[in-house]
Ligand binder design. Structure first.
Ligand SMILES: CO[C@@H]1O[C@H](CNc2nc3cc4c(=O)[nH]c(N)nc4cc3[nH]2)[C@H]2OC(C)(C)O[C@@H]12
Ligand SMILES: [Zn+2]
Length: 371
């Protein structure tokens, strides 16, 4: 079972610092969760993730069900044992992936028929099946099975879909999960504030230990994502964790924290690292730039990650150009360390009462081209 306390609140905005406790340890919020879709945060070992300070990672019901199969993971005693990860795991419910990756057959009240994006085999997910898979995976935080409506969608469809997502959330809650696990409801409602209010109120009535804001970071314009994320976050209980799914850039996360959001996940730091796009305290850096060939500087002189303490930009550029796997590993260590340090610094700023100044200073630095 999960507990959450708010440790400090900012006076000028909704930012707060909190502590989540589960049977796999403490999570200090605001937190960034590295994405480990199929049971691995791409290119890194668990020890490297501990070293950069990761306290919770993401796994995915859809992907692990298709490969290697949740029965195989259960055979090894669950995902923690299977991947030898001793801290927290949050698993997404498969809802989003079925709609974004699989060949969708049909959605009914009972659930969703789909074809695997790997081999075209037919599968069926229902709220109960998603809960059973996440129970077998043994994750600490389980997400309700929902429909993430695409953007843009007709308001009439979004309204009908959120009602079904609430009925699915109720079915998830009625399913008997392992007592180590906690189930989060996922607010839908597209980009319509009145529908977001309906969805949030219905899920609050079902009383979950935490709430996610779904249906965003699906192609909508950033200002619209901010408007809906901020509005929805304020609808959710102050004493429960709030998780904005799939977000985002460092700027998105700083703004999300100011809206009162506690948890974030995004493929960006890991995916960009593999494409030589690095985040630094002086803006973004493409490490493949020719002018870096003889640079003896670290990626970021203000960073104390393993990569920045040991390797030059010139060497990292060479590794990338040579197609060395080490390039992806060292870049990933840096980008994830950057994200995790950013939210840790945000937490400290909230506790010290200077989050607004911290945020504004970081937003300026993140967007300068000084590399
Ligand atoms: C910037 O990264 C791209 O954008 C997607 C992240 N955006 C996102 N929004 C989400 C919404 C939901 C939801 O409503 N419900 C459930 N259960 N899970 C969700 C997961 C989500 N992730 C990444 O997903 C792809 C791979 C399509 O591109 C990435
Ligand atoms: Zn670094």
């Amino acid at each position: 079972m999960l507990s959450f306390v708010v440790d400090a609140k900012d006076k000028n905005c909704s930012a707060r610092a909190g502590t989540i406790k589960t049977t796999h340890g403490i999570i200090e919020t605001p937190i960034f969760m590295p994405v480990g879709t199929v049971g691995s945060v791409k290119t890194l070992t668990p020890d490297e993730l501990y070293e950069i300070g990761a306290t919770i990672i993401l796994g995915n019901t859809y992907h692990l069900h298709l490969r290697p199969g949740d029965d195989i993971v259960a055979h090894f005693g669950g995902l923690h044992r299977f991947m030898n990860w001793k801290r927290n795991i949050l698993t997404d419910s498969g809802g989003f992936q079925v709609f974004s990756l699989a060949d969708l057959n049909k959605i009914t009240e009972d659930g969703v028929e789909f074809k695997s994006h790997i081999d075209g085999s037919k599968h069926f997910f229902s709220p109960e099946i998603s809960m059973e898979i996440q129970k077998k995976l043994g994750s600490d935080i389980v997400m309700a099975f929902d429909e993430c409506v695409p953007y843009p969608s007709e308001k009439s469809y979004v309204a009908k879909s959120l009602e079904r997502t609430t009925r699915w959330a109720k079915r998830c809650k009625e399913y008997s999960l392992d007592y180590h696990q906690s189930l989060f409801g996922i607010v839908q409602g597209g980009v319509f504030k009145d529908l977001r209010k309906i969805s949030a109120d219905q899920l609050i009535d079902l009383d979950f230990p935490g709430y996610a804001i779904g249906g965003l970071s699906v192609g909508e314009e950033i200002p619209l994502m901010y408007e809906i994320a901020e509005y929805t976050a304020q609808l959710l209980p102050e004493e429960k964790p709030r998780y904005l799914m799939g977000v985002g850039t460092p700027e998105d996360i700083l703004n999300g924290i100011s809206f009162g959001i506690d948890m974030f996940d995004c493929v960006m730091p890991t995916r960009n690292a593999r494409n030589a796009l690095l985040f630094t305290s002086e803006g973004r850096l493409s490490i493949k730039r020719a002018d870096l060939a003889k640079s003896d500087d670290p990626i970021d002189k203000n960073c104390d990650c393993y990569t920045c303490r040991n390797f030059s930009r010139g060497y990292l550029r060479h590794l990338y150009k040579a197609g060395e796997i080490l390039a992806m590993r060292l870049n990933t260590i840096h980008n994830l360390h950057f994200y995790i340090s950013l939210v840790k610094s945000a937490r400290n700023a909230i506790i010290n009462g200077n989050f607004e100044a911290f945020k504004n200073d970081m937003l300026l630095k993140l967007n300068q081209g000084g590399n």
